[in-house]
Design a protein around this ligand. Structure first.
Ligand code: ATR
Length: 272
């Protein structure tokens, strides 16, 4: 049986084994998928051990996404753009590093929420790892505008510089939170502020009636960002759909079969 795993530290909380077991059952793929706790300074060694045991691929979560980027012998374009790796494929050509987080986000917005990104005004809050991974997949959908707003504006501006050549003229720009102008069709919270129940200080006018507001975080209760957005007319969504979709994209990369995600999203929501 082909073996896969997820590396992280801590790892006990990871939902990936449950998600991939569901995909394997649904698509009739014979595989096993386990959690692996890697020492904080021992990621490469842990990966090599898993490969020696016959591992075919792995997901990578905190704090190893940069280590995985360094370890890979080759990177997909989206992993290069993200500067981080969440999916590894072990094959005859060595270790391939991919990043499916941004594709998962886009799939959740376009397919699950039914909101096309093409031609829309998109606001991304945050300019850290989570935001960087989403920029290229969003730009590939051809939004009318993508504004990256961050507490530290220089970090947002650095992202704009990195991706400027890939965006159409005037599409990509940076901003601080308070100085945001106008309203947006899609607002994505890629800051880690929700972890501390904090809200980036954005004007309520970034939302209009029917704006899709998505927080990459998820939990049993809506985040402060989701409460704020809903109070100002937005339709809100958390990051559970993105989690399930990034896993589907990794599963597709390993097995060549795309699982259906809709039933699993409902099932996992009910268990939060
Ligand atoms: P991740 O991998 O989750 O993106 P990260 O790379 O540490 O984590 O980035 C965290 C992001 O959340 C950054 O954009 C950070 O803003 P700064 O660049 O100014 O540090 C943002 N962030 C964290 N806490 C925040 C808060 N309380 N309010 C607003 N932004 C916050």
């Amino acid at each position: 049986m082909d073996r896969y795993c997820v590396f992280g530290n801590p790892i006990a909380h990871s939902k990936s084994p449950e998600i991939h077991a569901a995909y394997a059952a649904q698509t009739g793929q014979q595989l096993s998928y386990e959690r692996r706790l890697a020492p904080v300074d021992g990621f490469a060694q842990a990966v090599r051990e898993f490969i020696a045991e016959g591992g075919k691929g792995a997901n990578v979560t905190l704090p190893f996404k940069l280590d995985a980027h360094k370890l890979a012998d080759a990177l997909t374009m989206r992993a290069q753009a993200a500067g981080a790796v969440n999916t590894l494929v072990f094959g005859p050509d060595g270790i391939i590093g991919d990043n499916t987080d941004g594709a998962g986000l886009v799939a959740d917005i376009v397919r699950n929420a039914g909101v096309p990104i093409a031609g829309k005004r998109v606001l991304m809050l945050g300019a850290g790892g989570a935001a960087r991974g989403a920029v290229l997949p969003i730009l590939e959908e051809r939004p009318a505008a993508l504004v990256i707003a961050n507490r530290t504006v220089a970090t947002a501006e650095a992202l704009v510089q990195q991706f400027a050549a890939l965006a159409g003229e005037g599409v990509l720009s940076s901003s601080g939170f308070e100085s945001l102008q106008g309203s947006f069709d899609i607002v994505i919270n890629a800051t880690s502020a929700s972890l501390n129940a904090a809200l980036p200080p954005i004007p309520a006018a970034v939302f209009h009636q029917g704006t899709l507001a998505l927080d990459m975080m998820y939990g049993k209760e809506p985040t402060v960002f989701m409460h704020f957005a809903a109070e100002h007319g937005a339709t809100v969504r958390d990051g559970l759909g993105m989690l399930i979709e990034q896993a589907a994209e990794a599963f597709y990369g390993w097995r060549g079969v795309r699982p259906d995600t809709s039933a699993l999203l409902v099932q996992m929501r009910s268990k939060l």
